[in-house]
Design a protein around this ligand. Structure first.
Ligand code: PMV
Length: 287
């Protein structure tokens, strides 16, 4: 029997633009997914295409148990965390000796296939390695850890990442100049954020701008803006949607002492808050 856990993730900056070769900054967060795999003669009965692919990839059978503190389909990288933890558990249980890099690669292949070719490797890289990372053209750069205190607000409105990525592609096809300049502006904000990682007030302002740019790109949702506004009013440095948008989740960067207040404001505005911070560890073996 092998149990592995992997962290969830949030995009701090640059989602959607990252699909077009621009940099994106993402961070591993504390709620983790735990997966236990046990050797067995029978194929597991699985309802998720991600999990089916994990067993298929290694050509093995067995049983699987998942314990997730991460809500699914909420833009918090739960599918990547489950995939990476499951592959790692199978790898260990059956003694396949794949490296972390190989696990990350296989996980990305699965995500891409299930999401019809429309996934960047951000989620699978963060689930595998943890920490704060900058992704550009599929290449990961690890950034120095920061004491970012975040409150997540889950709208509980499910979204399809593949559909939202397709919507942006359509907008870009039909209005290349406008979409191009919005994507370029997201790139500018992301690059500038890299120079201000230790100035949280400035980062908060940049998050506000990134949110507005994503809204302009057409991936907003009234509930996301309601939660973002509530968080700002309650004392956050700044707030934005995170991930694909159109529902899913938002994040607020907060002074430590304001976290509870921001969480209460998000709940009062109709969201479901999760108070969190950086998880520096990626996928790991559990006892
Ligand atoms: O919804 P999420 O958390 O998987 O984020 C999607 C982020 C996009 O940039 C829109 C797509 C991607 O694969 O990077």
């Amino acid at each position: 029997m092998a149990t592995y856990s992997a962290p969830g993730k949030v995009f701090l900056f640059g989602e959607h633009a990252v699909v077009y070769g621009k940099p994106g900054i993402a961070m591993a967060i504390k709620p983790r997914v735990h997966v236990t795999v046990r050797k067995g003669r029978y194929p597991p009965s699985l309802k998720s295409p991600y999990l089916e692919s994990c067993f298929h990839e290694f050509g093995v059978t067995g049983s699987l148990y998942i314990n997730s503190q991460l809500p699914s389909s909420s833009g918090l990288g739960s599918s990547a965390a489950v995939t990476v933890a499951t592959l790692s558990a199978i790898n260990d249980e059956y003694g396949f000796e794949q490296t972390r890099d190989e696990i990350a690669q296989i996980a990305y292949g699965i995500e891409k296939r299930v999401q019809l070719g429309r996934a960047s490797p951000t989620d699978t890289q963060v689930a595998t390695y943890g920490g704060i990372v900058m992704m550009k053209n599929g290449v990961r750069r690890t950034l120095p850890p920061q004491d970012f205190q975040l409150v997540i607000g889950n709208t509980q409105i499910s979204h399809s990442t593949a559909q939202l990525v397709e919507d942006v592609a359509d907008f870009r096809r039909n209005h290349p100049a406008v979409a191009g300049s919005l994507i370029d502006s997201i790139e500018t904000v992301t690059r500038q954020a890299l120079f201000h990682l230790q100035d949280q007030e400035c980062l908060g302002r940049y998050m506000d701008i990134n949110h507005a740019l994503l809204d302009a790109l057409g991936v907003g949702h009234p509930m996301l803006t309601t939660l973002v506004t509530a968080a700002r009013d309650a004392g956050a440095y700044g707030a934005k949607m995170t991930g694909a948008g159109g529902g899913g989740s938002m994040i607020a960067l907060c002074p430590k002492r304001e976290k509870k207040q921001v969480a209460r404001a998000i709940d009062a505005a109709g969201g479901r808050s999760i108070v969190t911070s950086l998880d520096t560890e990626g996928v790991r073996k559990e006892q």
